[in-house]
Design a protein around this ligand. Sequence first.
Ligand code: ZN
Length: 486
Amino acid sequence: MFKKISLLIGFVIIALVGVIAFKTVTNTVDTTTVDAIKMPAINANAAATRLAEAVRIKTISNGTDAPVASAEFTRLHLLINNSFPLVHDMLKREVVGGHSLLYTWEGTDSSLPPVLLMGHMDVVPVEPGTEGDWQEEAFSGVIKDGVIWGRGTLDDKLSVFAILEAAELQLAAGLKPKRTLYFAFGHDEEIGGDKGAGKIAALLKERGVRLAFTLDEGMVIVQGLMPGIEDPIAFIALAEKGYLTLTLTATTEGGHSSIPPKTTAIGKIARAVSRLEENRLPAALNSPASDMFDTLAPHMPLSLRAIISNRWLLDPILVGELGKGGATNAMVRTTTAVTIVDGGTKDNVLPSTATATVNFRLLPGTLIQDVIEHVTQVTDDPDIDISVKQGNEPSRISSQDGEGYKLIERTIRETLPDVLVSPGLMLAGSDSKHYQSISDNNYRFVPMRFGPDDLARVHGTNERIFIDNYVEIIQFYRRLIENAAG
Ligand SMILES: [Zn+2]
């Protein structure tokens, strides 16, 4: 009997090893090729100068309650009008929501669903105290040694200006699109986008517009960040995570600290915080993060390829490993971050209330209500009130097989032949969410080339872009406009 069982186990192991090996070996690189095309050269210095001028205009979003930098937006609009005369004269231009811009390039075939390219004109402020850390002043727009310096060169004036540069070039070349193209530039993305992108999307919806797809900022080309892959990878985000801030308030009896109860309001909040950190939401590898691994697996070293090609068996191991990292953890989990705690005023007085502010970033498929239920269950304290301070649900997941994705992918292969292309999940938020009501497919990608230290420049210190890369970005949009025009 024992012999029979060990024989059976031996057989199962051999079969498993066989399946794993087969799945690993047959998971090879897709050889469909797209030929690189040589785009006509552009005047890089003139384009760089225009972006640098835009950087000097302080279109800063300071907060939802702060006044809008109206005069600065007026200056930026004027710069755009003067810099791109063909766009100004030949496209329909509308100012929406006070300072956002919507351009319409009417196509000749109204049966084709339009495409919308987007970006935002506002920037975040420089964190007080860090001004001196900038190699070149944040709003100087200095051009030096092939680099354009300043706020907005990565996020996101470069998208706005690169799209306009591309449109100007195509207008000069006499392009007559079959499909209608929209260019939409918001003025309040950094504070939620309700008054800009929100209003533009509502306006288009009112006009009955249904878009084939939208392309916004979001993910970029990264190199040296994916284990085992040396080639740069262009990540097209199919979705963005949701955003939720909860306020936890503990209420107990106040009084004198000489006769304290066993637990104070602060103790209750401390306990709740500790429980939340010890009981994170569960990790799982789902779309679009799983699509990314499936797409990139053939390019990975054998050991990693073996694990990813055999997720039917090894998924728990993979998810466990991903859950340990910082960025990889954020790809597989709705994250929990306690960002503010507050309680107590005097050393001999019992506080009657204490609060904790907790920020969550929700994976697609997880709802705000799910997180509230998790927090209620984990904290398990009737004296703690849980309320929503701010929240928006995660986005839908756009199609990786649809026309829009294929078009963006093809344009990347044509204009940036050295990079791999993969779907991805955007960990932060963008204006794209506002367009979900008029398009099923919202993609988020700008071909900025990021090394390991570049992510910290976004919203941080020493934001800057290489002119060579800026030219690549313009050429990408230039070709995309042509491809999308039909
Ligand atoms: Zn941005």
